[in-house]
Write a protein that binds this ligand. Structure first.
Ligand SMILES: *Cc1c(COP(=O)(O)O)cnc(C)c1O
Length: 379
């Protein structure tokens, strides 16, 4: 295939050249184990420390509040399982929204089997959560409540500050999966007042297999992976120094002219939406106004989404049916069903997600392909 138009940046983003350049020495010359005390080890420590400092600075956190992990999934497991193990007596309740990523939802149902009392908070019809709904479920016997910063299928941005406030009022830990928002949002953990916050390098131009869990000082969390003394004994295993450097570099790059970068991403998405609405009939945009710059979810009424996706792929246009993690299964998207879509409509819906490398020329091509593909699958 010659032409690829990649509109699936919520699944993963391409590694930026500059990130690769910063990572490379830590994959080659500075190959040391960050636990070794000799010169080669100290070179690795230096990279790891720099990465941690960069991340901490950008998030407005302390150096020792940043824990490197293998990605978003591990960070979410760490937050949920670690706080469950360290919970206070009489606090067995876990509250999460019903539109969290599967890394949260699957972990929550595992913990339910282990004795956690699980409660779910539902979104409104546009995919928004309310902090007061967490309060209604009851947080005084809750060890941890989770609200994602922004939904990965709809892009809807949630009221994190209010959520964190409500949690702290009732002595529950607040956990935020910010995997989709990081890289396009100026997240400052102290302003938000959250106890824990997770994100992943590969969703904003960094490498795969590296993530972060921010854990506020004083918050009790048991380790998920036991081993050596890495990550202040909270996460054993030889440090992925190149990964941490890559994540930190990508994060730093995302914050240079953040507003301009996000305005560009949003303008490409808006151009796409405008063209789809004017040139293709019978579509519905899911979600609402307050959303991430790069994500749009569209129902193509009466069209089989899976067939449409394949037809697009044949012409090099990459998009996604709901979450990538549920691709391969024929289940309709859980998130779309939670906001009230029928099975049929959910299966007719496609997520297009944009990042800073995308252009309006790509949109022109993709919309032409989309028009032909719709004709093909409905004909
Ligand atoms: C991608 C994603 C994850 C998982 O992150 P990985 O690094 O791929 O494990 C978790 N939560 C959300 C919202 C995501 O979009």
């Amino acid at each position: 295939m010659d032409k690829i138009v990649y509109f699936d940046n919520a699944a993963t983003t391409p590694l930026s050249e500059e990130v690769l350049r910063e990572m490379k020495p830590y994959l080659t010359d500075f190959y040391g184990n960050a636990n070794s005390v000799h010169t080669v080890g100290r070179q690795a420590v230096k990279g790891l420390d720099m990465a941690r400092e960069t991340v901490a600075d950008i998030l407005g956190a302390d150096f020792n509040e940043i824990y490197f992990t293998s990605g978003g999934t591990e960070s979410n497991n760490f937050a949920l399982r670690g706080s469950f193990l360290a919970r206070e007596k009489g606090r067995d309740k876990l509250v999460v929204s019903s539109i969290e990523h599967s890394a949260v939802l699957s972990t929550a149902s595992e913990l339910e089997k282990q004795g956690a009392k699980l409660s779910m908070v539902k979104p409104d019809k546009n995919g928004y959560l309310l902090a007061s709904d967490y309060e209604k479920v009851g947080l005084s016997d809750c060890f941890l409540a989770g609200m994602m910063f922004a939904n990965n299928e709809l892009g809807t941005i949630q009221p994190i500050k209010e959520f964190a406030k409500v949690c702290s009022n009732f002595g529950a830990l607040s956990f935020v999966d910010s995997v989709q928002a990081m890289g396009v949002t100026d997240i400052k953990v102290k302003d938000l007042g959250v106890s824990m916050l997770s994100f992943s390098g590969h969703k904003f131009g960094g490498p795969k297999g590296v993530g972060v869990l921010y854990i506020k000082n004083g918050v009790k969390v048991a380790p998920l992976i036991t081993g050596g003394y890495q990550e202040r004994s909270k996460r054993g295993g030889t440090s992925n120094v190149a990964g941490a450097v890559g994540l930190a570099t990508a994060l730093k790059l995302s914050r240079i002219d953040l507003e301009k970068q996000t305005a560009n991403i949003r303008s490409v998405k808006d151009y796409f939406i405008k063209k789809v609405l004017s040139e293709i009939g019978g579509v519905t945009i899911n979600g609402g106004e307050n959303s991430l710059p790069g994500i749009v979810n569209i129902t193509f009424n009466g069209i089989d989404g899976e067939a449409l996706l394949y037809a697009l792929d044949l012409k090099g246009v990459c998009a996604s049916l709901g979450a990538a993690c549920s691709a391969g299964t024929i289940e309709p998207s859980r998130v779309l069903k939670e906001i009230g879509l029928s099975d049929i409509d959910a299966k007719s819906s496609i997520r297009f997600s944009f990042y800073k490398q995308n252009t309006t020329q790509e949109v022109d091509y993709a919309v032409e392909v989309l028009k032909q593909a719709i004709k093909k699958v409905s004909g």
